[in-house]
Design a protein around this ligand. Structure first.
Ligand code: NAP
Length: 305
């Protein structure tokens, strides 16, 4: 019987592991299919406090992992296929069989939706990004494009005009989904150009290992076009990784876990942290902070069992 099982090994999960390990609770982290989370797809991280010269995303995650392990956190490869939260102890089924635990910390994150192009993945962190706050700074004075027509895409496009020489917003329709106020701001910004009714069909140049252009196709005319850019920001939404918990925990309409009074979910003994419960801030540092909250909440819950 475990005191604490943590599902997910991004900044939220590993911070929860560090805190619960230092509280002598011997946590087990099940790292999941995308071990290390979204930072594993990032290159330089310059906005995580404490790293004056920045740090590579995978190095930051390796360091968080080693720090949690130093205090006795056990990190297990593999994935969770089922959870039964309505009982005590909670039962978690992994590839290696069932595990019983008194508390569960969910840190399964959210996955940025991608267009689905082969080069989009290979150039991720090398000009392709899903986070303007994280990577915008690298595109000072350079032309870039943002894909999407929702609030995220417009927010990113507007933010990116601080750095980029020009931002082309590529949207698959001729009207935006974003709120009126965001649309007004974007239309009023002289640095933002719009490429309507267009989908991105390729990102160049995988052979050089950097982004040099987006190839688009106009969905009305079929015409293709190459837009010279040095960065491509994909902002077509996120999907919270909550399918395991459907029908067991309260979620909002988009599927994000609802938390209250810190990191508590709708069930006692079950806590959530990081992007799986946050579609607003979505930063490594806020995820780490909420991982700490989940650990302290789990610790207090165990004290009163
Ligand atoms: P969203 O509202 O779902 O918008 C996604 C956009 O991406 C849509 O324009 C969609 O096109 C496009 N899209 C989806 N799949 C695509 C694909 N495969 N290829 C090309 N384009 C694709 O997502 P979001 O912008 O991330 O926003 C999520 C929620 O957070 C919304 O409720 C939003 O209002 C909120 N939000 C609010 C703020 C704010 O208020 N400051 C900021 C960010 C987000 P279609 O329009 O054709 O479907």
């Amino acid at each position: 019987m475990r005191n604490v099982v943590i599902i997910g090994s991004g900044p939220a999960g590993l911070t929860a592991a560090l805190y619960t390990a230092r509280a002598n609770l011997k946590p087990l982290v099940i790292e999941g299919l995308e071990a290390g989370g979204q930072l594993m797809m990032t290159t330089h991280v310059e906005n995580f406090p404490g790293f004056q010269d920045g740090i590579m995303g995978p190095d930051l995650m390796a360091s968080m992992r080693a720090q949690a392990e130093r205090f006795g956190a056990e990190i297990m490869r593999g994935n969770v296929s089922e959870v039964k939260l309505d009982r005590s102890p909670i039962v978690i089924t992994t590839d290696d069989g069932p595990i019983e635990t008194k508390t569960l910390i969910i840190a399964t994150g959210a996955s940025a939706k991608l267009i689905g192009l082969p080069n989009e993945r290979s150039l991720m962190g090398h000009g392709v990004s899903t986070c303007a706050t994280c990577d915008g700074f690298f595109f000072r004075g350079k032309p870039i494009a943002v894909v999407g027509g929702g609030d995220s895409a417009l927010e990113e496009a507007i933010f990116l005009t601080r750095f980029a020489s020009e931002v082309t917003l590529i949207h698959r329709r001729d009207t935006l989904r974003a709120s009126k106020i965001m649309q007004d701001k974007a239309f009023a910004n002289p640095k933002i150009k719009f490429e309507w009714d267009s989908e991105v069909i390729d990102v160049k140049d995988a052979a050089q290992g950097v982004v040099t252009a987006a190839v688009t196709r106009n969905l009305k005319t079929g015409a293709t076009k190459e837009i010279p850019i040095e960065g491509l920001f994909v902002a077509i939404g996120h999907t919270p990784n909550t399918s395991l918990f459907k029908g067991q925990l309260e979620m909002d309409a988009a599927g994000y876990l609802k938390t209250h009074d810190g990191a508590k979910t709708s069930l006692k003994g079950v806590f959530a942290c990081g992007d799986v419960q946050d579609h607003v801030y979505r930063q490594a540092i806020t995820a780490a902070g909420s991982g700490c909250m989940a650990a302290l909440d789990a610790e207090r819950y165990l004290e009163h069992l």
